[in-house]
Design a protein around this ligand. Structure first.
Ligand code: TXA
Ligand code: MG
Length: 316
């Protein structure tokens, strides 16, 4: 898609109708969810889905998450076992993506599943995302609305900074409340966590009544999209830094003296919500070397550390 510029759509009845119209015509519309902004297209339209890959510059082996308005809609596309049903009842709408067996007749582009016989699905907990999905009335494929490998967007301005002119429109949904992507759980066979995210693994295990396999377990299937270097700001990133060297900019956490702080109070929820915005700000400041304070590795801290490790990973 090469548009002169990307339309900013207001979140009202007229805007929702306009966005749905663009989706029906095979176009790309970014929209806010409680986790991050998604780059949406009609999941049943091969050409539209191909445009997502093109706009993001995303490697085509990486399958996409499909968004639907409620669990009843999801059941038309996927099969639920007891674990999947329990998780969906507990956490939808919300920051949880389930990987489920795809129903053979479901109208979903092979480009969405990258040819797999499973589908990643999510019901977002965001009034504007819900209104858009209901207005469209079908499955919307939406990866995060950023160029591949770059920082995920949590405001419409972040979306514009990365994709202006490459997509048709962005619907203003304000800043994202959760601020990190959804937790991905595979319910194909025994439940396994493929990606840490907005719902802490402790809550998932409590819901299922047992510990689930984690991404670093040798038994857990690799999520095809979990590239080592991802979510990267332009500068080099050093983790677990107690203080910054003279040439570094400190991204703080807790009671440290830093130009940018994820949460001066040491609150992991606040830190998750601010993470990507802080990384965008470091880009805007032109920070070449970034040091990051240690983040506790429990609850939402796991999702934050996962994103930071990818931001710090060697790039080619
Ligand atoms: O919060 C979120 O999940 C955001 C918002 C927009 O909903 N979306 C998002 O999508 O993060 P994306 O495309 O950036 O991440 C999708 C992840 C990838 O790591 C991909 O490999 C994995 O989901 N995935 C998708 N389909 C899968 C499948 N069938 N089996 C295993 N992993 C899958
Ligand atoms: Mg992404």
């Amino acid at each position: 898609m090469t548009n002169a510029s990307t339309l900013k759509i207001e979140p009202n009845a007229q805007g929702f109708a306009q966005a749905a119209q663009i989706w029906r015509g095979g176009g790309l519309v970014a929209f806010g969810t409680e986790t991050v902004y998604g780059l949406g297209a009609d999941a049943g339209n091969d050409t539209a889905v191909a445009q997502i890959y093109a706009a993001k510059g995303r490697p085509s082996f990486n399958p996409l998450i499909v968004h639907l308005a409620d669990q009843k809609n999801v059941a038309e596309y996927c099969e639920f076992n007891d674990d999947a049903r329990a998780l969906a009842d507990a956490f939808w709408p919300g920051a949880l993506t389930l990987v489920l067996p795809l129903r053979p007749q479901a109208r979903v582009s092979k480009l969405v599943t990258a040819g797999l016989d499973t589908l990643a699905v999510r019901v977002p907990d965001h009034a504007i995302a819900q209104a858009l999905l209901r207005q469209f009335g079908g499955p919307i494929a939406a990866p995060s609305a950023n160029p591949s490998g770059r920082i995920s967007p949590t405001t419409p301005e972040h979306v514009m900074a990365g994709l202006n002119g490459k997509i048709d429109a962005v619907v203003d949904g304000g800043p994202c409340g959760v601020g990190v992507e959804s937790t991905i759980i595979s319910c194909v066979g025994a439940p396994a966590m493929l990606r840490a995210g907005g719902i802490p693994v402790e809550a998932i295990s409590a819901c299922l009544g047992r510990q689930i396999a984690m991404p670093d377990d040798p038994d857990t299937p690799m999520s095809p999209g979990q590239l080592a270097s991802h979510y990267a700001p332009k500068g080099r990133v050093r983790l677990n830094a107690d203080q910054a060297a003279p040439h570094e900019v400190l991204l703080g956490f807790g009671a440290v003296d830093a130009p940018l702080n994820l949460s001066p109070a040491g609150d992991l929820t606040e830190a998750a919500a601010r993470l990507f915005d802080c990384l965008h700000q470091l880009d805007a400041m032109g920070a070449k070397d970034i040091a990051v304070s240690p983040i506790p590795d429990h609850g939402l801290g796991r999702a934050i550390n996962d994103r930071l490790r990818r931001a710090a990973a060697p790039r080619d």
